[in-house]
Write a protein that binds this ligand. Structure first.
Ligand SMILES: NC(=O)C1=CN([C@@H]2O[C@H](COP(=O)(O)OP(=O)(O)OC[C@H]3O[C@@H](n4cnc5c(N)ncnc54)[C@H](O)[C@@H]3O)[C@@H](O)[C@H]2O)C=CC1
Ligand SMILES: O=C(O)C(=O)COP(=O)(O)O
Length: 528
């Protein structure tokens, strides 16, 4: 199978090598498809690579019938509708590390340019003037820099600012005292940053929380003559408030790489002599572009091949150590989900997943996703996957909970899936046996041992002599070969079950014949 990958923004060719060198992938560049709209062609593609120009909307995702992954060759994913991607079962991956240095260096270049009016002086000289009076700047040394957002880029900016002998006050909800000390910065509140800083730089994502966080109220708290930088996302600083603060003299200068709406040509802020700006160039270096394209290509290839990946944005990430432990259980999880849903006759109301044994030592969320995928996809088909499994459960009003139990009934690991319906609860338990793989070891109160594969006939009956022979003969008459057979009973002569693994699907005639055998209460085929 050849996967189709569409690249809709300018991305480094060298960085695309993992995809270009793969026999399994065909890479198409949007720039070679002149005259076509993305929404009209997206249907054919398995993966889409974007930077910040392409907006991945709910409509685009709805049109993308085959899409499995959107790769963001960079950090910010505010141009991608993550909820819609999750609903459509599309994984979104980014490249969080590749452009950190590039953007930190750009921010630092903007700060020195802002302090010394370099762009304005250059423009003046180029226009034929030798003006040495208008561009007196300020030194960075001994000034206070406020860093809002001490993630990858904020931390690298702080390192460079320290080398420039600046004092740094930083705010980030995840910044600990220890890390602040290690980085040589003072951990402060937002208000402390506003009150103390000569320069303020923002390095947060654009979220509901950070949108317009630097507004009139924030400017009011700042020192007169403060200089502001935004090389993160347009909208973190409220642009009209910045304009007011420049005009009333509160802000001495601003350096902007990003705008609320891009391209931002003709923006009123660009008419202010106090503002220097670049057209979203933070990540635009050879090195960063190669790295982000390479990282996202490698991730996309892994996802298309069904291999482990690490930088999903709309799914919790999982450490490679935990992934290695849990991966062998994923198939068992799917099969238990598929088995459980086929045991019930009424609509499922609640699912309870219980982990016991060595599994209780790990974050089992990814395994729970596989179980829910198996359970839901039996009826809902392949529109359910591990990305949207929880979302799908919610949209069908199916609640689920996870419990951890100490008891493993002599197994090193045990997973039980219970489904509650209006008429009762059905439970299937399974384990992963070294050398044998996944096994179903219990259905409700009956102990069995069966590989969860192919066609399983599940017969509920009364424990009477000759039952196995009668069932075997009936199946033989219909040319159905039995691969394995298991019986379980509660008490001698009481309720019993029979599980038969058979080589082919049993048709209605077979059900009728089996059901007519005296003491057989029900016959069901579980397809796995
Ligand atoms: N101009 C450009 O070309 C580029 C811009 N960026 C943008 O830079 C920003 C930062 O990127 P990274 O450092 O790589 O991300 P990151 O995820 O490593 O760091 C972001 C930090 O912001 C913090 N944060 C979130 N909400 C906050 C709040 N309300 N107040 C204070 N801190 C808050 C987070 O805790 C995190 O530590 C992103 O918006 C990204 O899109 C990234 C690369 C290039
Ligand atoms: O990585 C980011 O968040 C950026 O803003 C870089 O954007 P770009 O890939 O240069 O359009």
């Amino acid at each position: 199978m050849t996967y189709q990958v569409l690249v809709s923004d300018p991305v480094s060719q060298e960085g695309l090598e993992p995809l270009l060198n793969s026999q399994e992938v065909n890479v198409v560049q949007m720039k070679d498809l002149e005259g076509y709209a993305l929404e009209d062609i997206i249907e054919q593609y398995d993966a889409l690579i974007v930077r910040s120009q392409t907006t991945v909307t709910p409509n685009l995702l709805a049109a993308a019938k085959q899409l499995k992954v959107v790769g963001r060759a960079g950090v910010g994913v505010d141009n991608i509708d993550l909820d819609a991607a999750t609903e459509n079962g599309v994984i979104v991956v980014n490249a969080p590390d590749g452009n950190t240095i590039s953007t930190a260096e750009h921010t630092f270049a903007m700060m020195t340019s802002l302090a010394r009016h370099i762009p304005q002086a250059y423009q003046s000289l180029m226009s034929g003037k030798w003006d040495r009076k208008s561009f007196k700047g300020v030194e960075l040394s001994k000034k206070t820099l406020g860093v809002v957002g001490m993630g990858r880029i904020g931390s690298e900016v702080a390192r460079r600012a320290k080398a420039a002998r600046m004092n740094i006050v930083a705010y980030d909800p995840f910044l600990t005292e220890e890390r602040a000390q290690k980085l040589g910065v003072v951990k402060g509140s937002l208000d402390e940053i506003y009150e103390q800083s000569d320069f303020i730089t923002v390095h947060t994502p654009l979220t509901k929380d950070t949108k317009h966080m630097i507004n009139d109220e924030a400017f009011d708290k700042m020192k007169t003559g403060v200089r502001i930088l935004n090389c993160a996302r347009g909208g973190i600083i409220e642009e009209t408030a910045l304009l007011r603060a420049i005009e009333n003299g509160k802000v001495a200068g601003a350096a902007l790489d990003v705008f609320e709406e891009e391209p931002a040509t003709g923006h009123p802020l660009l008419n202010c002599p106090e503002v220097i700006a670049t057209p979203h160039l933070g990540a635009s270096t050879e090195e960063a572009q190669t790295l982000v394209a390479y990282d996202v290509s490698a991730e996309i290839l892994a996802i298309l091949r069904g291999e482990p990946f690490k930088n999903a944005v709309n799914m919790p990430s999982i450490s490679s150590e935990v992934r290695e432990i849990l991966e062998p259980y994923y198939q068992l999880g799917i099969k238990l989900g598929e088995t459980a849903i086929q045991l019930i006759e009424e609509a499922p109301k609640k699912v309870t997943i219980t982990y016991a044994g060595e599994l209780t030592d790990y974050d089992t969320a990814s395994l729970t996703r596989h179980i829910m995928k198996g359970l839901l996809s039996y009826h809902l088909g392949d529109k359910v996957n591990i990305v949207n499994a929880f979302h799908m459960a919610k949209s069908y009003n199916l609640s689920y909970s996870v419990e951890y139990s100490g008891s493993t009934r002599d197994f090193t690991n045990l997973i039980s899936v219970s489904i509650e319906t209006a008429i009762g609860t059905r439970t299937v338990s399974g384990t992963l046996l070294t050398g044998y793989g996944p096994r179903i070891i219990k259905i409700d109160d009956y102990t069995i041992d069966m590989a969860p594969e192919n066609h399983i006939l599940y017969i509920q009956h009364q424990d009477t002599p000759g039952m196995i022979g009668l069932v075997g003969t009936t199946l033989g008459q219909h040319d159905i070969n039995i691969a394995t057979m298991q019986v379980g009973r509660k008490t001698e002569g009481g309720d019993a079950i029979m599980m038969l693994s058979v080589d082919k699907h049993a048709n209605q005639d077979i059900y009728n014949d089996l059901s007519s055998i005296a003491n057989i209460n029900s016959v069901k085929e579980i397809q796995l």
